[in-house]
Ligand binder design. Structure first.
Ligand code: C2E
Ligand code: CA
Ligand code: CA
Length: 633
């Protein structure tokens, strides 16, 4: 048992009236709470708390120590403690006999040691304490509100062997509460900072933090560039996971998140100190490489591809991952962070176009491609305003008796300056720049007006199919527009079919699903375009109110020669039969294809064999001049 000197309480405190103590503590509380409320940094608030305690209790040395996530001591404040003592505590693990503070955090209870020199709890640390003249220490754990964890300790040291006096106890009790308030405040601040600057799935810095970093790195490089250009290079790699959507759609978002976290870990593993990895969002990651030139960055990109070769085990799945990488350099390709990202983005798309799982460096020609997109966008806006867009109509025929099932409206743009522009070129541009919403709304209106006009004039056109961009389903009120058009042109709802490409999954999007349900309720048919080229699963088909599948023309093209394509076409037809969906083959150009389709059980088809898409007048002529089809049995 240590011998405890029965030191009487210091005389200046003995005289204190109880009321004076209460007042002193209340004043301390007010000042500290004010400092917390004003958002002062934890270190400053705790430092001021300790100083005030030491003024109220002369002879006492006060410390606040944070317990980090690894259970190690990290001194926060101890204004009267020798700096060397505090420094020696950094990183000391808490434990069953780790001095007063380390033990208090371990036991989750206050620990009072009246004689450091002889107490077993201080066995491993007493030399340090005694060297600085510390003889007794009473430490209190501070719990983090809402978490079952000790986040800090608050301790009073004495320079003589002694027990804690009653006033010091009351003071410490108040301080423990204040520390808890300050710590809880600090934790929410850190949490908010984490949410604002870090990505929850991978733990990596997010776009905001990345932009900050990158701006600073570029500024620093500019300074260096002034002096020695060769050392000021910065390269950037933009990584985009290949076919991530398929993983997400088929295996679910939980698996998708694990894949992203796993990818982040593997990529981080090949980086060097100073390289900055961040997640920009979705499946896009970025690595900023200050002071590394293009050849070095290409080597790193190769290392990233290599580290993804081994399959990733996620749950019961062995997933093969790959990334497409775009590289850009500062200052060669761009002068600021956003242009640097944009250049890397263009290069990354080039990598995707080149078959994915590869790296491409930015080249000026990519900018020219962007220029041409901009030219198309400007011209398209002009074309819409000047009403130079038209619709052509391609018949869909019944393969059995040749009767007209309906027509598909296809947009045509013959620009006075740029010449005829194929939809395959300008539709993607319109989707990128947002013009597609207005464009498709116009097409829908014009097609319905045309159908109403034909039906009123007694032309036997049973139905009209209109292509609608998936973006419209996600962002616009197609159903509302359709309801208005059906009424305006007195059309039967089932005489209108909306074709939407299968490439963009719509089921995840609440708005798109709602639109489809409303269209289905109206009686309008939905058709999945380019079927077979996307990712549709059978359950997807069952969940969406789809009435028709359009067998993509890429499968029809080689139907006569390619056994795989024949099998695919047969499979699509079987799916159609199983789910009671009509199947329409598109792009039928030869008699051989027509026969093969018919033999496989396909009932409806369209293609150059029957007719190219025709302007309205030309289509009317085609309709009137074609031999009458035999009456349907
Ligand atoms: P799609 O919906 O698959 O349209 C069929 C495309 O195949 C049309 O090309 C048509 O002209 C072409 N085609 C028809 N028969 C044959 C054939 O026998 N052989 C070959 N090789 N091709 C044939 P187009 O008109 O160039 O349209 C291309 C794509 O642009 C369309 O593919 C559609 O996805 C999109 N598109 C066209 N009009 C619109 C529109 O108003 N809105 C939207 N969002 N997209 C449209
Ligand atoms: Ca179509
Ligand atoms: Ca198609």
């Amino acid at each position: 048992m240590p011998i405890v000197a029965t030191t009487p309480p210091a005389p200046e405190h003995r005289q204190r009236t109880e009321q004076a103590c209460v007042d002193a503590i209340a004043a301390l509380q007010r000042r500290v709470l004010e400092a917390v409320a004003l958002g002062g940094p934890l270190v400053e608030v705790m430092d001021s708390l300790c100083r005030q305690v030491e003024t109220l209790a002369p002879g006492v040395l006060c410390t606040v120590i944070e317990i980090d996530a690894n259970g190690c001591l990290q001194p926060v404040a101890g204004p009267s403690m020798p700096a060397a003592y505090s420094a020696a505590l950094v990183g000391v693990p808490i434990g069953p006999s780790a001095g007063s503070c380390g033990t208090a955090a371990w036991r989750r209870k206050p620990v009072e040691v009246q004689d450091i020199a002889n107490d077993p709890l201080w066995r491993d640390h007493k030399e340090l304490a005694l060297q600085f003249g510390l003889a007794a220490c009473w430490s209190n754990p501070i719990f983090i509100k809402g978490e079952d964890r000790v986040g800090m300790t608050f301790a009073l040291y004495y320079r003589e062997v002694r027990a804690v006096e009653p006033f010091h106890r009351s003071l410490a009790e108040a301080c423990v509460q204040l520390c808890q308030v300050a710590l809880t405040h600090e934790y929410s601040r850190r949490q908010i900072e984490r949410l604002a600057y870090f990505d929850g799935v991978t733990g990596l810095p997010n776009r905001t933090l990345f932009n900050d970093w990158a701006r600073q790195a570029l500024q620093a490089a500019e300074v260096v560039n002034g002096a020695a250009p060769e050392t000021g290079a910065i390269t950037l790699l933009l990584l985009d996971l290949d076919r991530f959507k398929t993983i997400n759609d088929s295996l679910g978002h939980a698996v998708g998140d694990q894949v992203l976290a796993g990818l982040a870990k593997r990529v981080a593993g090949v980086l060097k100190p100073g390289d900055l990895l961040a997640r920009l969002g979705g499946d896009e990651f970025v690595v900023l490489l200050p002071g590394r030139d293009k050849p070095e960055a290409l080597l790193l990109a190769a290392a990233v591809h290599a580290v993804l070769v081994d399959p990733m085990q996620v749950g019961s799945n062995d997933l093969r991952l790959s990334v497409s990488i775009g590289l850009s350099s500062f200052p060669a390709d761009a002068a600021d962070v956003s242009s640097l990202l944009k250049s890397a983005d263009m290069a990354m798309y080039e990598a995707k176009r080149n078959g994915r799982n590869c790296t491409r460096a930015f080249a000026q020609a990519m900018n020219e491609d962007l220029d041409s997109k901009l030219r198309i966008e400007v011209a398209l806006r002009r074309a819409i305003a000047a009403s130079v867009l038209t619709l052509h109509y391609q018949p869909k025929l019944h393969l059995g008796d040749g009767h007209l099932v309906g027509v598909e409206a296809l947009l045509r743009w013959n620009d006075p300056l740029l010449g005829p522009m194929p939809p395959d070129v300008f539709i993607p541009v319109a989707e990128e720049c947002g013009l597609i919403l207005a464009l498709d709304a116009w097409v829908l209106g014009a097609a319905c007006r045309q159908l109403g006009d034909w039906q009123r004039r007694g032309l036997a056109v049973p139905s009209m199919a209109v292509n609608v961009s998936p973006l419209r389903f996600k962002q616009d009120d197609v159903a509302g527009q359709v309801a208005g058009l059906l009424a305006q042109h007195e059309l039967a709802p089932h005489s209108l079919t909306l074709e939407v490409t299968e490439r963009l999954m719509l089921e995840d999007d609440d708005h798109a699903r709602d639109q489809m349900t409303r269209l289905d309720a109206l009686g309008v048919r939905l058709s999945l375009d380019d079927f077979g080229t996307g990712y549709s699963s059978l359950s997807y088909l069952k969940r969406l109110p789809v009435a028709e599948l359009k067998l993509d023309k890429s499968f029809v093209r080689d139907l006569e020669t390619d056994a795989d394509d024949r099998a695919l076409a047969a499979a699509v037809l079987a799916i159609g039969r199983a789910l009671s969906l009509a199947v329409v083959a598109e792009g039928v150009e030869t008699e051989g294809q027509r026969l093969a389709l018919q033999q496989a059980g396909c009932e409806v088809a369209q293609g150059y064999l029957f007719s190219r898409p025709l302007a309205a007048r030309a289509f009317e002529d085609w309709l009137l001049l074609r031999p009458p089809s035999p009456p349907t049995p």
